[in-house]
Design a protein around this ligand. Sequence first.
Ligand code: TEU
Ligand code: CA
Length: 573
Amino acid sequence: MSTLSSRTAPASRPDGWWRSSVVYQIYPRSFSDSNGDGIGDLAGVLSRLDHLSELGVDVLWLSPFYQSPQVDNGYDISDYRGIDPLFGTLEQFDDLVAQAHDRGMKVVIDLVVNHTSDQHPWFLESREPGSPKRDWYHWRTARPGHEPGNAGAEPEDSAAAFAPSIWTFDPKSGEYYLALFSPAQPDLNWENHEVREAVYDMMRWWIARGVDGFRMDVINLISKPEELTSGRPLAPDAAIHAKSFNGPRLDEFLQEMNRETGLSDLNLLTVGEMPGATVEVARRVTDPERGELNMVFTFEHVAVDEGPGGKWDLAPLHVPRLKQNLAAWQEGLAGVGWNSLYFANHDQPRTVSRFGDDSPEHRVNSAKTLATVLHLHQGTPYIYQGEEFGMTNAPFTEISDFADVESINHHTLAVAAGVPEEDVLRSLATKGRDNARTPVQWDASEHAGFTTGEPWLPVNPNHVEVNAEAARRDPSSVFAHFKRLIELRHAEPVVREGRFELLLPEHEQVWAFTRTLDTDAWLVVANCSSEPVEVPREALPSVDGAELVLGTHPDGDPSFLAPWESRILRLAR
Ligand code: TEU
Ligand code: CA
């Protein structure tokens, strides 16, 4: 057990340290189970720290481990200062922070304060009409002329992310409360300064425990639209959900939070998850002069494979769309703000299945090549557990295979609306969040070394080939490639600071760009397809005398790239 002094000893956090860091995301439920109940836990994380130090990441971001009814796997919090017994104890958390710090890794935790659980004491109190916490959430009467609680009596027509309506009837008071995700996740009322102070107080408490920063869940939803906050009756078409993104007081709230908790003063890492944020919003929020956040998670590049119908409307990947979007963010934030770089997280399908080719022939090279293009952009890269050795989507085919509240809600609503079930299941298999949540495949043994019991979500049967142990042993593995990419970011100023320029923006297979810092010029050239491709050399800088810094294949013909071959080249001066 750690001593109090090692727990509270501050990690060293020099100015801007997060600009040269690589972050690794842990989704505790699916990472490693220490006690055989089939659910990953903090002791499981502790037991795998060697794997993470060997990979070389600088920061661990832990998805929620707080007390929670687990309707949305912990993104529904009922006690912000308690560890859910499923995951362990506060003492184990302190120990994890201390042991990570001992290994030179920092720890960032998830801050979920757009909403609480409906079981949080604040909400239980708020349900009492006339209670001092009534105003901590958003309450509204039924639509005029409708019987409260009857179908169609919701104050307005918006659908929730995981439910048919953002309005849930509470029989206790005969009113409706706002919940943009599931009814088990009521939205806090950030207009109320007591709410904000309670949040800041909780943040200071975790900072005092030694955490190095926060990943802020849907933080650009906290400032609700004027239609709602004014208290006036809502029109049925008020579209409160759509209007809740990047609301009028967002910057003010973020600045206040920063001031009140010392985020900038303490050099904490802050990354705001911001669905619906444009590059303009991100440029404002990440401008250090403004004292808001270090960086944001954009959603634009993870929407490139959707049709007009949104997430479940599957569209093939068009490589130019993806690379042009990343390039627009590189240019848009250059010299002002800062990018976060990610393809995967606990809400997204697996990178190699989505943007690569997860067939046995191409899995390794496509995982390496996608990592190469992402990690050679400017920003802070995020690796999602299992991505470092090329984990793939889950082979789910039946609705009973899926566990996620989002997938189950979508299935119910889409089938009821007449969408053929096979289409719904194809969308879920391609895009469902459970793809990211199957247990981490540690080795080839039964249940992949994740648990000695029955895993809460089945282990992917491909764990006999695709697993961390095999990857760590193999010098040509995806894991070895990620290690090299992380080393390059640490060692090479051009990777951190170099100017970015996209080349061949319209090319459908070749993803090419340069990074330049003073006299150091690097060229990244990648074949993002399962077909060989001729390199249009006339459109690229000369590679005569260039040094191959890192490639997926041995140095070959500069005019040709094999399927999923990529090269990082240092150009001759
Ligand atoms: O996600 C917010 C978000 O907008 C998504 O990525 C969401 O999962 C997507 O809209 C689904 O299509 C965050 C968390 O990352 C997610 O796990 C939570 O479920 C959600 O907030 C609510 O807390
Ligand atoms: Ca467990």
